[in-house]
Design a protein around this ligand. Structure first.
Ligand code: GLC
Ligand code: MG
Length: 694
């Protein structure tokens, strides 16, 4: 990276027909939404002041029927924005296995191409796991870091109903995605669901490297000509062209569940006589002769239309342009219609946001990203995609309940205003700076730290409002004492509790029983990747879970308490603790077993825990063990209070810590809660000045 922090960013994707507009979406199975994402992303990055170059890199191929442009090595798209096409030696258009087989050659050609340059890009954004694999090789050879975006994850495909389960192809795909997750410097996903449920389901996922950036939405308003074109495109199919349009836009793949939509429409007598169904299911030459999955879906649609006598009620044109899609959203809105995404699982759901931007209410699958989009935009109804009656009901409700329709239409349009690609670009640039600079940014904004006060939260800082107020005031006066928390809670819960007690946010957060560390920088929190990496070695949370399965009186804590490097349970019979240890030993698992309040059981990597996190934080801040104060009250504080030279045991501590008060390094406070913590810090300070133990 250059001194002025300017960035040259490469966006890398191997499959599909990637080109500047007009893109023929759906022309091949791989020419899908990720292309709209890449073009939107790179246009916005090119317009960002910190970016010197936004370069899209893809495969070069000669297939005139797909567009001559794909044979051009260089396609300029605007100032600072271009496409570079790499010739792997095989100039055919490739999909699936053939594309995978070409990957080595592509990677070699790309690396050779980069080596010939005067200046290397600063960062690669890899789209899909195959591009991530190429990017990982580039990083190994040339040292360019990379960000991975999955777009759609195999694990979710495997777990969704009706999809073929666990085929070898799917297993290979999941393994490849896991490798991408393991090797990427950062992972960017679009929805909360991807960040908090889908990605964490992979063994190599590390929450600290997962970031959410909301993609922007193309807000072009279609002109009269485009609308006339779109109307003319569907008119020949429909007997009553004036009815509300129920619109679906999706590639003809099984996962998108389009046949179920036709079925739902056909089986609902009211709906089929009130509305028209319009399907934009990719681009096709005919019903056969395409890729096998596409042929299957198309014949399924044709069959459903036929069986339910839907001729004249369903329009499904063979071809459409991007402009016509935009125009159809607008036509559907003007008709009082609805957009439907019935996918069995949808990683994000960009089309739902597009629909919202046109003021078209949606009915969307409850599986995956749509739940957060619809939750956030309040632009429609969620449905269980396998329940056809539920889909039909929701569509009919929106069409018939005009006030509901209007609320969804307005709310969607309003909400989308804040979802511009420019915001995405700002977020991406901030992340790119972190990834390329690898700074623990917090150090820059703190005064030179002289000490660290690391405090447990529950019952150590909480419990007495007046004490909390006095401690806060003390910390505000002593800025050279870095304030940190070390809690069993997750980062989000820790934040909530500090807010509720009007305690300041710390400079460093040790959370989930010392299995996660975050550095606070202004509004941002930066996960400590080094620490996470040190815990990842040899840790296998699922194996922990398996080893403890069916142990009497042991029940898992809630889902949000099961973290990357922490498995938590309620153990109702403390006498069984020995059995817990025994089982973990027998399974050959090296873990740290932590027991608090006679019932809360945490299993962590052996290198984890509050003490380990405390040492890591102190080292990162350049402090010696003498400079650290640590305060706590219960079981999960034991390792930290044992290890810390200036340990503080608050007067209200749990009985399980009583023995600690006899140790020389531990100061037992008279006061309780935050007042006790403050008393301890002051006492240790005083003792240090006088050179005696407190
Ligand atoms: C916090 C955590 C919980 C853990 C407990 C003891 O309450 O939320 O998961 O078991 O601390 O460490
Ligand atoms: Mg506590």
């Amino acid at each position: 990276m250059t001194g002025d922090h300017s960035l040259h960013i490469v966006s890398l994707a191997l499959g599909g027909c990637l080109r500047g507009e007009p893109v023929a979406y759906g022309i091949t199975e791989d020419t899908g939404g990720h292309i709209a994402y890449i073009l939107g992303e790179m246009r916005a990055l090119a317009a960002h002041g910190a970016v010197t170059q936004a370069e899209i890199v893809t495969r070069l191929f000669d297939a005139p029927e797909l567009g001559a442009i794909h044979g051009c090595a260089h396609e300029p798209l605007g100032p600072k924005l271009s496409i570079t096409r790499i010739d792997s030696g095989n100039r055919a258009y490739l999909a699936k296995e053939a594309l995978a087989a070409d990957r080595d050659a592509f990677a070699r050609a790309f690396i050779t191409h980069l080596r010939a340059r005067d200046r290397l890009p600063d960062l690669i954004h890899a789209h899909f796991a195959d591009a991530a694999d190429v990017a990982a090789r580039v990083r190994r050879e040339l040292g360019i870091p990379f960000i991975y975006t999955a777009h759609s994850l195999g694990i979710d495909k495997r777990d969704c109903a009706m999809a073929p389960r666990d085929t070898p192809t799917l297993q290979a795909r999941i393994a490849e995605e896991d490798a991408a997750i393991a090797r990427a410097d950062a992972i960017v996903a679009s929805s909360v669901d991807e960040c908090e449920r889908q990605l964490p389901a992979y063994p190599s996922a590390d929450a600290a490297r997962i970031h959410r950036l909301r993609p922007g939405v193309d807000m072009t308003v279609p002109d009269a000509a485009a609308r006339a074109g779109a109307a003319a495109m569907i008119a020949p199919f429909l007997r009553h062209a004036d009815r509300p349009i129920v619109l679906a836009v999706a590639r003809p793949v099984a996962k998108k569940n389009l046949v179920a939509l036709v079925e739902a429409f056909g089986r609902d007598p009211r709906l089929r006589h009130r509305a028209n169904l319009v399907l934009l299911a990719g681009l096709r030459k005919g019903l056969v002769g395409g890729e096998p999955e596409q042929d299957r879906v198309l014949s399924g649609i044709a069959d459903a239309i036929d069986r339910h006598d839907l001729h004249g009620h369903v329009a499904w044109p063979r071809n459409h342009s991007r402009d016509e899609v935009q125009a159809l959203y607008a036509l559907a809105r003007d008709s009082g219609g609805v957009f439907v995404n019935p996918a069995l699982t949808e990683p994000y759901g960009l089309t739902l946001i597009e629909a919202a931007s046109h003021g078209l209410p949606v009915v969307a699958t409850c599986r995956g990203g749509p739940a957060d989009i619809v939750g956030e935009l309040e632009n429609g109804l969620l449905v269980e995609p396998t329940d056809r009656a539920e889909i039909a009901n929701a569509v009919r409700t929106l069409i018939e309940d005009r006030p509901l329709w209007l609320r969804a239409s307005n709310s969607g349009r309003e909400g989308v205003r804040s979802m511009g690609w420019d915001r995405y670009a700002s977020g991406f640039v901030a992340l790119a700076r972190e990834v390329t600079g690898r700074v623990v940014a917090n150090r820059a904004v703190m005064p030179v730290p002289r000490a660290l006060a690391l405090c447990d939260i529950d019952n150590t800082l909480t419990g007495c409002a007046e004490g909390a107020r006095r401690l806060s005031a003390y910390l505000a006066r002593h800025r050279d004492t870095v304030f940190g928390v070390a809690t069993g809670r997750s980062i989000l819960e820790a934040q909530r509790v500090l807010r509720e007690w009007s305690l300041p946010f710390p400079s460093v957060w040790v959370t989930s029983v010392g299995s996660e560390i975050y550095w606070q920088r202004g509004e941002d929190r930066i996960a400590d990747h080094d620490y996470a990496r040190s815990l990842a070695r040899g840790w296998d949370g699922d194996a922990v879970h398996d080893a403890l399965r069916d142990l009497p009186t042991l029940t898992p804590q809630g889902r949000s308490e099961q973290r990357e490097f922490k498995r938590s349970y309620f153990l109702h019979d403390p006498a069984r603790l020995a059995q817990v240890r025994e089982r973990l030993d027998r399974a050959g698992l090296k873990t740290r077993v932590i027991f608090s309040h006679e019932k809360l059981l945490d299993i962590l990597p052996v290198e984890g825990g509050k003490a380990a996190a405390m040492r890591h934080v102190a080292t990162t801040l350049g402090l010696t063990p003498e400079d650290v104060f640590a305060a706590g009250d219960s079981g999960n504080d034991i390792d930290m209070l044992t290890d810390c030279r200036n340990a503080i045991l608050v007067g209200n501590h749990a009985p399980e810590l009583a023995r600690l008060s006899e140790r020389d390094n531990v100061y037992l406070t008279r006061r309780h809660h935050a007042g006790g913590t403050l008393e301890g810090i002051v006492a240790h300070r005083f003792a240090r000045r006088r050179g005696v133990a407190a």
